[in-house]
Design a protein around this ligand. Structure first.
Ligand code: GLU
Length: 487
């Protein structure tokens, strides 16, 4: 029996959730759930130069909207708390001091200016700057003296200079890094707070994390973390690094370049379930060809061994397809509740039954934000170009459109009650008695009712929603305009 599986989502709060962060959270969650483990939320805020206001709320909200319930976290507590690193500030220094004593770390007193000038010099030679271990040479007396005199200090990790460090990643296999590539990174900063790199390892250990899931940009840092585990003599977690997510043109996704964050996608009219489903497939593939998975189904199907290491492509068109699928299969009531804010944006006329309008849109909608542009004609009849009465396939022109409208008007004026069934049967018996094609009646009526060339729903549904008075008014306007044009 191994340890109980414990994973954590450990975001640094930035104020928005990048697609890659969402995928990390989702996979951490799925690894835990698929192995009967615990999923923990930990906020890594010790490295933040500026705290983005409400940044943590953005993270809570994303997890909630996506249904990623965590078993322990800042707002719900748990046996390993607190779960916000800035509230654990006193935890880390004693561990760093332990490393100094064991010879795996050392105090560094180098000034910002010294480091900056060395960095510039290295850059001018086209090299990446690595700290030159200046302070490693200090004797313990010198260190004591400097500490006693109150000189500012940091604690750095002492990396081995020789050899290499190898670790096994569950996705990428065996990874080896030459130790001389590893910088003596800072563990405790001059403000006494740990760097992200240090706090991350300490907390993963203290919180008994068994599986670390994160983006492949951390692959090359992992040897540094492992050297820390070794220095303390701690058991290392299993590593699961996830492939890069790129755009269809192969470039990286970045908020700065205007690529959508999770919040942006919601605002663009995508629904959380569809986003989660699509994101789950960016790097993981189930057996078989099935693509639609609810979160509960993902929990069952997910398998770490089916994570791929090749970059996965985030294609917003593919996400639209998922979104349309989710919309299509939801209940009319659920769709109505999601569509309502968008319907209200375009339709202020209180006589219009918005539930009926949502029924017309339901199977035709890919993203919610497209709704307002599809239903404005219900609100009011705008001026329209008479050319839209002409339709080749329907065999309509201005003349026969006028005839149909003139024939329909008295029939509809006398229609009681007014509903889809009665409108349907009255117009179709008129078609029969006139000996024309259905389209020659329904196209002109729909056009007169909407003034639009393309509408969700046809003449009958639109007439029903507009109601008798408004439908008759619009048909009369159509007749008047066509008569004028043909006179
Ligand atoms: N705080 C890190 C981040 O936001 C976490 C990396 C990790 O999961 O170890 O990227």
């Amino acid at each position: 029996m191994g340890r109980q599986v414990r994973t954590r989502y450990a975001p640094s709060p930035t104020g928005y959730v990048h697609i890659g962060n969402l995928r990390t959270a989702l996979y951490e969650y799925l690894v835990a759930r698929s192995m009967n483990g615990k999923f923990i939320l930990r906020i890594e805020d010790t490295d933040q130069e500026r705290q983005v206001e409400d940044a943590v709320d953005v993270i809570y909200n994303m997890l909630k909207v996506c249904g990623l319930k965590y078993d322990e976290g800042p707002d719900i507590g748990g046996p390993y708390g607190p779960y916000i690193q800035s509230q654990r500030r006193d935890t880390y220094l004693p561990f760093a001091k332990e490393l100094v004593e064991k010879g795996h770390a050392y105090y560094c007193f180098c000034s910002k200016e010294r480091l900056e000038s060395m960095r510039k010099e290295a850059e001018s030679r086209g090299e990446t700057f690595m700290y030159d271990r200046h302070c490693l040479r200090l004797s313990s007396e010198e260190v004591e003296e400097k500490l006693a005199s109150g000189e500012p200090w940091v604690i750095r990790q002492k990396m081995p200079r020789e050899g290499s460090t190898t670790f096994e990643d569950m996705v990428y296999g065996s990874i080896t890094i030459e130790n001389n590539m590893l910088e003596d990174q800072i563990l405790i900063k001059s403000d006494g707070l740990p760097t992200y790199n240090f706090a991350n390892v300490i907390d993963d250990h203290l919180m008994e994390i068994t599986h670390v899931v994160r983006g492949s940009e951390y692959l090359t840092s992992t040897p540094k973390y492992n050297l820390l585990y070794d220095a303390f003599g701690w058991e290392k977690p299993v590593y699961i690094h996830l492939p890069l997510i790129v755009k269809p043109d192969g470039s990286k996704i970045s908020k700065r370049k205007g690529d959508a964050s999770f919040e942006d996608l919601l605002e663009m009219g995508f629904i959380a379930e569809a986003i989660v489903n699509y994101i789950a497939l960016l790097g993981w593939s189930p057996e078989g060809t099935r693509e639609i998975f609810s979160l509960a189904e993902l929990e069952q199907a997910f398998d770490i061994r089916r994570i791929s290491k090749s970059p996965s492509c985030f294609d917003i068109e593919k996400l639209r397809w998922f979104n349309a699928e989710y919309i299509r299969t939801m209940t009319p009531e659920k769709f109505y509740s999601l569509a309502l804010p968008y319907l209200k944006e375009a339709i202020t006329n209180k006589d219009i039954d918005l539930f009926k309008v949502s029924r017309l849109l339901h199977i035709r909608t890919e993203v919610l934000t497209e709704i307002p542009s599809k239903v404005g004609f219900f609100n009011e009849l705008e001026d329209y170009d008479l050319g839209i009465y002409e339709h080749k396939k329907m065999k309509t022109n201005l003349e026969n459109s006028l005839e149909s409208l003139k024939a329909a008007l008295p029939v509809l004026e006398n229609l009681e009650p007014w509903n889809e069934e009665t409108i349907h049967s009255s117009l179709l018996s008129l078609v029969e008695s006139m000996g024309i094609k259905n389209g020659q009646m329904l196209w002109p009526v729909r056009t007169a009712l909407s003034g639009w060339q393309v509408t969700p729903g046809g003449a009958i549904e639109i007439a029903d929603i507009l109601g008798k008075d408004e439908s008759l008014r619009r048909i009369r306007i159509g007749i008047e305009r066509l008569e004028k044009a043909l006179a």
